[in-house]
Design a binder for this molecule. Sequence first.
Ligand SMILES: Cc1ncc(COP(=O)(O)O)c(C=O)c1O
Length: 397
Amino acid sequence: MIYFDNSATSPVDPEVLEAMLPYLKEEYGNPSGKYYSQAVHARQAVEDAREKVAALLGKHPEEIVFTAGATESTNFIIKGFLDYQRYYGNGKTRVVTSKAEHKATLNVCRFLNGEIYSNQDATMSFFGENPRVDRGYQAAFVDVHEDGSLDLEEFQKAVDDSTALASVIFVNNESGAINHIQEISRICREKGAALHLDITQALGKLPVHKMDLDCDFMSLSAHKIYGPKGVGAAYLKEDDYGIPPISALLHGGEQENGLRAGTLCVHNIVGFGKAAQIALRDFEENSRRIQEADEYFVGRIREIPEISLTNPSPRRCPGIISLRVDKKDFHNERFIKSVSQEIAISTGSACSAGEPSHVIQAMGLGEYVNKILRISIGKNTTKENIDELVRILKENI
Ligand SMILES: Cc1ncc(COP(=O)(O)O)c(C=O)c1O
């Protein structure tokens, strides 16, 4: 089985597994415990991991809150910030996002907008079956260009004086489009709106640690950078008093500065820290490998006349390649099922599996939703893997 679904999740790095194991065996202490060695070691391990994750972002450890992943971080940030602003801050209640966000963002904004109450009825509400409720918040969903990147003119119009927060994906998980973060943050700053970036797919592929991203919040996840599943982080920029303006995600104990209660998942956090350390340590090497593999694949794909890039823009993040198969009887779901014994590929986001991609539709390519394949390359992808993939595509589409 050759793995080409690294944007859905990535294999745990052996170094990460090794780092985690002691915290599932002898180092089982609760990091909130006191004095005895297991508790102290667990606490130290968590703080060490926090430093490593912060370093990967080029930010301070105090600004990192551990969560269960990017979906949780996004929920925490958007709901928590809007609640805080409404009741304790400037009273603003509007959030602006794009139509090509990950569902984690899209459905949080639709929830706040009173369109849905769960994720399953998100689909029903497309058909107008759900009555809308007034949760006291408003959400705007801005158009994207054909490559999946945010339409900055529309964004500028949407971010108004009542906007508390804009929430934007850095690298689109289906098209690989890289959004113009400098412009986006300039627009937000002009209007006094805060900015949340979903950097889940950018991490490990773009040099986020050197970019000094001008934003207030970020969401990220360990399992996209060869760490374990079920752990991620929220970056919360500190204000002048070191207190981020956000309501708690989980009310309960004092963990994570009182913002996310509950016993910390120490082994996962340690694994995340190790994955972040490796991502930073090997950044040049791995990003070069992914870039080269991407170029090689894109070159070889030209041998198949029916296949083209869904996003041919030069501002595509290496490693995320969306293909369009222009063949009358080709159906993407059928295809990935038929080759699933040999290769792991997807039609798009794993979180939207089973329904037509909203990202492809937002890109104006709705008529091709059944013709799209996503190939995502990782640091372990070899030239031989790509040759095999090209052979399978040639023989089976
Ligand atoms: C861009 C983006 N945001 C958020 C998520 C959700 O991440 P998690 O699985 O950690 O909740 C994903 C994962 O597919 C993603 O690609």
